[in-house]
Write a protein that binds this ligand. Structure first.
Ligand SMILES: [Zn+2]
Length: 529
């Protein structure tokens, strides 16, 4: 068995933004969850990387006074470093570059295969083109074909006028795959989530599907992969970018074109802005090549800041760095991981404000998980637990043991306490690497369990049993409660928290193992806010 989760590749023309960080952290959590569910790290992969060809990059490089290759190398490096800073698992991460020679070879092989299957033709094309999107805007195609002097429409995304481009280019017969696409999406053989996005794709597919351009004239876009059927053309950057999934999921790729070793993806994560590319075009190409489709395509929402779209002109762009700077302490990157992925239900839009980010840090990490950990370990120290054998007190000596009460000869009250502590199914709290849509719910459930430990401690007040005047029976019961809850915390951290906050989880485990309580998350100073 193997597990593959993919994030998109990001345009190497700027720094990472919060949206790309969100997708990539989500992917890392799923990869870690797969390993916790029994997958080995060597059979688990997280793909992401940078999209390094195309006109936009050619132009950005020119502006920076650099050659495109030099320019993308430095931008790509900063992307990788920025992501790694947020604790991506280096063992599973594959960071792809579309300028990699292996990728060029795969793209050219794919174009030749599509041509051999009769799925490529050349046609004079005139259309409205957005340089920002690097795509022809199909919705304005009629006016472009009919009238040269018509006023240029604006790109809805970039708000600047489209260019009217006329060029003979090569097309892929996307229209031939309309029925097949509807069939695999409706049957959920190709699962698109959330359901709103699936319906959006199906309603788009209710209209006749047009064939799409897959080459650009070299005179217009030189910075691209050579189009293997015509040396005056380069491969259109969207095809180049989408095929990244095939190149870099295949670690056995060689000149014989062996089958990808990790493909198909278990989960493909994208932002909803690139839904059509991933829900229609890529699956059509995969069907054409007779390759399997991903099991699940999940499109998440957009981020706004205080209710407004992030934009340079509004000066409200939040970067990964601005999130980090808002939080204190050595575990700040881990706090960002947790707070960012739980900002909204997976799949929905999210509004971020730094104040809310900090409020949640204070409530859920400082006062929640952090306090609980310190409170429990401090109690264990007060009870004079010994590092080697305190676990025996809880009646649970192994990680797997969930039935704490079966062969204990303890008094009635303490037996009930143990049952309360054990009264949840640990497996339900394991994050499911194949159900990304439920991730936020599962993390909410985890935090409810932390809160439940706190409440049980308040109710049973084990510190009373640690008083010198307490009876031996009361002391025994107090010790048992503390050991029990410490064990519960440790297991929650191991099976679930470690996917989201791996360093924090490790720190908590060490503190429990050595019975050394140290504050995990420093309080926000009033100055910082
Ligand atoms: Zn645009």
């Amino acid at each position: 068995m193997s597990y593959l989760v993919t994030a998109p590749i990001y345009y190497a023309n700027a720094k990472p933004h919060i949206g790309s960080l969100y997708t990539t952290i989500l992917a890392d959590i799923l990869a870690r969850a797969a390993i916790l569910a029994g997958e080995s790290p060597s059979s688990t992969r997280l793909l992401t990387g940078t999209d390094e060809h195309g006109l936009k990059i050619e132009q950005a490089a020119k502006k920076a006074g650099q050659a495109p290759a030099e320019f993308v190398a430095s931008v790509s490096k900063s992307f990788e470093q920025s992501f790694l800073q947020f604790g991506l698992d280096r063992e599973t991460l594959v960071f792809a570059h579309t300028t990699d020679p292996r990728h060029r070879q795969l793209v050219q092989t794919v174009v030749k295969s599509l041509d051999q299957a009769g799925l490529i033709y050349k046609k004079e094309y005139r259309g409205w083109y957005c340089v920002g999107c690097e795509e022809y805007k199909e919705e304005y195609q009629e006016s472009a074909a009919a009238e040269l002097n018509v006023e240029a429409p604006s790109c809805p995304l970039h708000q600047h006028p489209l260019s009217l481009v006329t060029e003979p280019i090569y097309f892929f017969r996307l229209s031939q795959f309309q029925d097949d696409l509807i069939r695999v999406i409706e049957s959920q053989r190709f699962r698109i989530e959330p359901a709103t996005r699936r319906h959006e794709v199906l309603s788009f597919l209710a209209q006749p599907l047009r064939d799409i351009p897959i080459s650009r004239q070299r005179s217009k876009v030189a910075w691209g992969i050579d189009f293997p059927l015509d040396c005056d053309h380069t491969v259109y950057v969207w095809l180049d970018a989408l095929l990244y999934y095939l190149t870099f999921s295949d670690e056995t790729l060689d000149s014989t074109g062996a089958k990808p070793s990790f493909w198909p993806a278990n989960v493909q994560l994208i932002g909803k802005d690139i839904l059509r590319f991933h829900a229609i075009i890529l699956p059509a190409v995969l069907l054409a090549l007779d390759l399997p489709l991903p099991n699940c395509l999940l499109a998440h929402g957009f981020f706004t800041v205080e209710g407004q779209k992030m934009s340079k002109s509004l000066g409200n762009v939040l970067t990964p760095d601005s999130l980090l700077e808002a939080l204190p302490g050595p575990l700040a990157t881990e706090a960002v991981r947790y707070l960012l992925v739980t900002m909204t239900q997976v799949g929905e839009d999210a509004d971020i404000t730094l104040t809310r980010f900090q409020d949640r840090y204070q409530a859920e990490l400082v006062n929640g998980l952090g306090n609980l950990t310190q409170r429990l370990i401090t109690l264990a120290v007060k009870a004079q637990f010994e590092v080697e054998n305190w676990q025996a007190l809880s009646g649970s000596t192994t990680d797997e043991a969930s039935d704490h009460t079966s062969d204990q000869t303890i008094d009635q009250t303490s037996d009930q306490t143990s049952r309360v502590a054990a009264n949840f199914d640990l497996d339900q709290l394991k994050l499911d690497p194949n159900q990304p849509l439920t991730l936020t719910h599962q993390l909410e459930a985890l935090w409810q369990q932390f809160e439940a430990i706190n409440q049980r401690l308040s109710q049973s007040a084990p510190w009373l049993g640690l008083n010198p005047e307490a009876t031996p029976a009361a002391r025994h019961q107090a010790e048992q409660v503390i050991a029990e809850e410490l064990n519960t915390l440790r297991r929650l951290v191991q099976v679930s928290l470690s996917a989201v906050m791996p360093v924090t989880a490790q720190t908590i485990e060490t503190q429990i193992a050595t019975l050394t309580p140290v504050a995990l998350f420093p309080r926000l100073s009033t100055l910082k806010r």
